[in-house]
Design a binder for this molecule. Structure first.
Ligand code: TYD
Ligand code: MG
Length: 463
């Protein structure tokens, strides 16, 4: 028997179990439970995460809600418009922001850019990296032109020197890159384990809340179960943003999944360039390629990311397959939805995909989970199947139901306006939407109401 008491803990969601399980009963991930030593129980048990000290002294006696003082939240701009937007208008002093994402996606780059912009306004920023050496950080800073005297860097994985430094000279903004490399030497678990990342975050939380320091905490999302993911920290911090994208494409999407100081509807769109990340104002222009629109198998839809409409191109390739089960390869859209669309096309429109391989993707590598893109996927599939292009200048929006009916989508006006802005003149919309559109679109826009998938194929794909 081992000398220490241990338990098993899920690196995805933090679920604890006295014995090992193959699948976490809470978040249903496979193979994510790892053995960890139980924290030593010295002194009275207390919640490690909630310490009344940092919520202010007046919180121990109940008072009428109307008497609670209102404190104006101080927001700092990160100097990056897309980032400020996701944060809800800037970084709130004393708030902790968790920045999650896969390794190599650009988290360090984004946060270093923001750190520099804050430092430039005269505020002190402390960038702590447990991951890279000081010269590596310097090299990145040179590349993105982020050199400022107020931007202090420290390469130190242990929490003790950091704690001392923060008490001696508290910065306005603290950056931890990454939480999985920082460790508290008083805890026996390995850096990156669930107990370590939680304990370190809880201590950072106390340090920052007491002194009103804002903090960016970077957390890697990894596929291997050995390192605790940022999800186990989501409940402790004020704001959680995830940086997503395909590493082989330049574009990145920053999404808020939790925000105590703003909405979670906003997304930021960035492009990774030679000198760091640049916010993208005109996302539709980024994702549309002009040269494939007249080719069979391509259809444009207007999707909504956060609060913003984006035009994207759905691409499909349908070709005769050899022996065996035909292939279904889908990237960027939901696999199951595509399977449903194929089945509906087969049943309602008489297109038989039985002996065909089917490939579906979204141009530019974006991920479009929205069902409003169903109709464009259907048109792209039918277009490739028939080898006839979708009628030029057409944008298709609509969700496909199992009976082949087209269901209404949310915010049709916003989508139509974006399509018109990008020069499209013909828009297929579900009849349900068309009936209810109150604001008249521009005169050059032709709204084509469609109620079923058969109808949409007739008016959408060249005969
Ligand atoms: P990085 O910020 O180190 O990612 P993370 O912290 O999420 O692991 O950035 C990773 C990639 O970005 C790296 O492959 C190089 C690329 N990159 C650029 O293309 N342009 C740049 O200006 C910088 C700084 C990085
Ligand atoms: Mg990094």
């Amino acid at each position: 028997m081992s000398k220490f008491k241990t338990h098993y803990i899920c690196t995805e969601c933090g679920y604890e179990s006295p014995r090992w399980l193959g699948r976490c009963p809470d978040c249903e991930s496979w193979n994510t439970l790892v053995e960890e030593r139980l924290p030593d129980k010295k002194g009275p048990l207390r919640s490690r995460y909630v310490d009344p000290a940092f919520w202010g002294r007046d919180s121990d006696t109940p008072i009428p809600i109307g008497k609670v003082g209102l404190s104006e939240e101080m927001r700092r701009s990160t100097g990056i418009r897309e980032f400020d937007r996701v944060l809800g208008g800037g970084l709130v002093d004393g708030s902790l922001v968790l920045v999650g994402g896969e390794p190599g996606i650009g988290k360090s780059t984004l946060i270093l850019q923001a750190a520099y912009q804050v430092a430039r306004t005269g505020a002190t920023v402390l960038y702590v990296s447990g991951e890279e050496s000081l010269s590596q950080i310097r090299m990145r800073a040179e590349r993105i032109n982020a050199i400022d005297d107020n931007l202090l860097v420290m390469s130190e994985p242990s929490l003790d020197p950091l704690r001392e430094h923060i008490s001696a000279a508290p910065p306005s903004l603290l950056v931890i890159d990454s939480i999985q490399t920082l460790y508290d030497p008083h805890i026996s678990s390995a850096p990156g384990s669930v107990s370590q990342v939680r304990e370190v975050t809880s201590q950072l939380l106390q340090m920052c809340k007491q002194r009103g320091i804002a903090a960016f905490i970077i957390g890697h999302v990894t596929k291997s179960g050995a390192i605790a993911g940022p999800r186990v920290l989501e409940h402790m911090v004020d704001t959680v943003v995830y940086f997503e994208g395909d590493r082989n494409h330049a574009y990145r999407v920053l999404r808020a999944v939790k925000n105590r100081f703003g909405s979670t509807n906003e997304v930021g769109i960035f492009e990774m360039g030679e000198h760091g990340l640049v916010g993208v104002d005109d996302a539709s222009a980024l994702f549309l390629s002009n040269d494939t629109q007249s080719v069979p198998g391509s259809a444009i839809t207007a999707s909504i990311e956060g609060n913003r409409p984006i035009l994207v191109e759905m691409q499909a390739l349908v070709i005769g397959s050899g022996f065996g089960t035909p292939r279904r390869t889908v990237t960027g859209v939901d696999y199951n939805r595509t399977a449903i669309i194929l089945a509906v096309l087969e049943k309602r429109a008489g297109l038989c995909f039985e002996n065909h391989d089917v490939y579906v993707s979204v141009a530019g590598g974006v991920r479009i989970p929205e069902p409003a893109s169903d109709l464009a996927i259907a048109l792209a599939l039918a277009s490739s199947f028939k080898n006839r292009p979708v009628i030029q200048g057409t944008v298709a929006i609509g969700e496909v139901g199992l009976a082949g009916e087209l269901r209404a989508v949310s915010r049709p006006e916003l989508r139509i306006a974006e399509a018109s802005r990008m020069g499209f003149t013909r828009i297929l919309v579900p009849t349900r939407n068309a009936e209810r559109i109150t604001s008249k679109p521009q005169p050059e826009i032709e709204l084509v109401p469609v109620s079923s998938i058969e109808e949409a194929l007739l008016v959408g794909v060249e005969g």
